[in-house]
Design a protein around this ligand. Sequence first.
Ligand code: GLY
Length: 380
Amino acid sequence: MNNWTRRRFFLTSLTGSLVAGAGKLFASSLPSADAAPASGKRPVIISSLNGLKYLDRGMDILKKGGDTLDAVLATVSAVEDDPEDTSVGYGGLPNEDGEVELDACVMHGPTRRAGSVASVRRIKNVARLAKTVMDRTNHLMLVGPGATRFAVDEGFEETNLLTERSRLAWLAWKAKTAENWRPGLDSPEWKDPDDSKKMSQLFDTPEKQVWLAWARQVVAHPPTGTINCLAVNEKGEISGTTTTSGLAWKIAGRVGDSPIIGAGLYVDGDVGGAGSTGRGEENIKIAGGHTIVEMMRKGMNPTDACLEALHRVARNYNHDKKRLRKFHIFFYALNKDGVHGSAALWNNHYDKSPAEYAVHDGSPRTARCASLYDETVIED
Ligand code: GLY
């Protein structure tokens, strides 16, 4: 039995014996099988693992009594600025045309407002841009060139978001997938589809060679990395944000779950918040953020609520692992009492490290995600 099945078995059999015929879905006001934290600590800020080194920026704001949305934005803006993070903001992997297109949204629990942007080019801090849509317009979501124009009008700087590393990875992806970008049939260098030579031509200096293994990975398994960040202050107020460069090598205009209120993020000030990273198409189909918050409203703990969302993702494929292995998805949840949890479809990250998320409730640390399947995702 995998993690989720064990929990569900425990919960549903307990429910069945106590309350015949009671709805199984919301059974987890009863104790959970695993040791999910029963009480929380406030203030607390959590994020996907890629936020770990910047959580202290958000926590500083929370400790000074600042706003929870300002706290999560302080953390994710630092990730957006970081060229080493290739899933978000500057340095994010581009679409198939080599253009970085960013999506983000924010939700502010205390005022019950939200803002969102999608398919934004040449603007780095799209999570702040989503807040600017919330603060300064009568709209909720702006997309494409209109969103970029709005950003410039509001004083955001236009900039090239492609780094040398992400540009080379894009060229490597083109060489692998598009005949046009390989030496022609009449060339002495012509080869059957095999990227190994082109790869080493592109990554031709010792400095670039350190990116080679990573490039092979992102070409073979286009990532959908993202950052989701949620914070609760001492008073129990909560906000969240999700920001991303989306699926690597996507068709221009493809939008994932990150800017979709109710999928990539959902916050209800009375309950808590939830968000996601990974393959957005799967999350949109189950409205994961909203689903998780609604389950927490009924008393489910954050980890079990994340696992239930994953079950719905897997159910859409009749639990066919051959197909499910082709992607990854994580959910994160935090309730207003400061109890948090996360669950992943598989028990590891793409780099094979254990599935973890980031938490700061006094000092920054990692915490293990529960997993729907106790198996490793990537097949080489
Ligand atoms: N979760 C990010 C995306 O699919 O775009």
